[in-house]
Design a protein around this ligand. Structure first.
Ligand SMILES: [Ca+2]
Ligand SMILES: [Ca+2]
Length: 206
């Protein structure tokens, strides 16, 4: 009976349909803006593992600029390696840097060892279960501008000269080579840190 009435009175029908129409639009919008992550299906077990890590640099215990590090990830059982280059690490106010990489074909980070190489630092080896930030990376292997900014894996007189010849410099290019404690000036502290590594004949852990 109502339907017949509506047909006979089009104005009344519009008023009945309008709220329904608005409700439908509202529902559609809700569906569209539901967070997508909640509906994503989980990845197959062990396929990918996001591995967050923290690290520290010797004599850097305050806010500093973000840095990039290289990681070599080695499967302890098979010896198979994968390299992750220029991984971004962001510092907090205490100079603890955080980054993350995605491990493939892994169920646990404990299956791997991680060799971490800082931008002016000697590589240090950690195990997957360790907190990398407990042992700071030591400065001493600088990018050599006379060799395409290559770090040769040892702290020697070349690294020492790279700092010494830039003492007092604050320009970006010099800092990127020899400011080993990230305080935006190349000074005696940088020279001392590299000197320690050179006299200790330090080299990359492998
Ligand atoms: Ca070197
Ligand atoms: Ca410095």
């Amino acid at each position: 009976m109502d339907k017949k009435t509506d047909l006979e009175n089009p104005k009344k029908a519009v008023f009945r349909i309008l709220p329904l129409f608005l409700m439908t639009i509202a529902l559609s919008l809700t569906v569209v803006y539901l967070p997508q992550s909640k509906t994503a299906s989980p990845a197959a077990a062990g396929a990918f593992l996001v591995f967050p890590f923290k690290l520290t640099f010797d004599k850097v215990n305050r806010q500093a600029e973000e840095q990039r590090v290289d990681l070599t990830v080695r499967n302890i059982q098979t010896g198979q390696e994968r390299k992750y280059l220029d991984v971004l690490v962001l510092p907090d106010e205490q100079g603890i840097f955080s980054g993350s990489i995605t491990l493939s074909g892994a169920a646990s980070a404990e299956e791997f060892e991680f060799i971490v190489k800082g931008p002016k630092h000697l590589a240090k080896k950690f195990l997957g279960g360790e907190d990398f930030s407990l042992i700071p990376l030591l400065a001493g292997d600088l990018p050599n501008p006379n060799d395409k900014n290559h770090q040769d894996g040892v702290a020697d007189s070349v690294d020492f000269s790279l700092v010494k010849s830039r003492l007092g410099q604050i320009d970006k290019k010099s800092l990127s080579i020899a400011d080993v404690n990230f305080d935006l000036i190349i000074d005696q502290t940088d020279l001392d840190l590299v000197f320690e590594a050179v006299t200790g004949q330090l080299s990359d852990e492998k």
